[in-house]
Design a binder for this molecule. Structure first.
Ligand SMILES: [Fe+2]
Ligand SMILES: [Fe+2]
Length: 165
């Protein structure tokens, strides 16, 4: 009866795992290029996506399934900050659409707890989308000055003795 829910939750696990890998890749490269604010944003978002995997996994096990920990996509090797934000926005947009549909599907199968998991995920993904959208718009608006500000942030942190993330 809950086979469809298990399948959808496992699809979500695969997407979330791909997001963790992609955002960590972006995190490494932002850090390497000295863009600490963005590096921090990608890092924190990756951790939240890991929390999403946990929520789905718990639900899958409760329903009697098993967790397929296979990333839905391999990492896209982008090093340009503007393109990173573009891809991140698209990934969140896709998750929002899919999780809304899957919430409805779980609801149609009278599985309201799985529906709630997807609904809660949608709220987080909308926030992620918004954060990436803001950064993408700032980059568009301020161009190189936006990137310069990111570099200055690192210098400020080093000068104040704050530990690097
Ligand atoms: Fe997520
Ligand atoms: Fe997300």
């Amino acid at each position: 009866m809950y086979e469809k829910s298990i399948e959808l939750l496992n699809k979500a696990v695969g997407d979330e795992l791909a997001a963790v890998h992609q955002y960590m890749y972006f995190h490494f490269h932002c850090e390497d290029q000295g863009y600490d604010l963005l590096a921090g944003l990608f890092f924190r978002t990756a951790i939240e996506e890991m929390g999403h995997i946990e929520r789905c996994a718990e639900r899958i096990l409760f329903l009697g399934g098993d967790v397929e920990l296979v990333a839905a996509a391999s990492v896209t090797k982008i090093q340009d900050v503007g393109k990173m934000l573009e891809m991140a926005r698209l990934m969140e947009e896709t998750s929002i659409k899919e999780y809304n549909l899957w919430a409805n599907e779980c609801s149609a199968n009278a599985d309201s707890a799985s529906k709630k998991v997807f609904e809660d995920l949608v709220v987080d993904e909308e926030r992620h989308y918004d954060q990436y959208d803001t950064e993408a718009k700032n980059l568009q608006k301020f161009g190189d000055r936006y990137l310069a500000l990111q570099s200055i942030e690192r210098s400020k942190n080093i000068a104040s003795g704050a530990p690097a993330e």
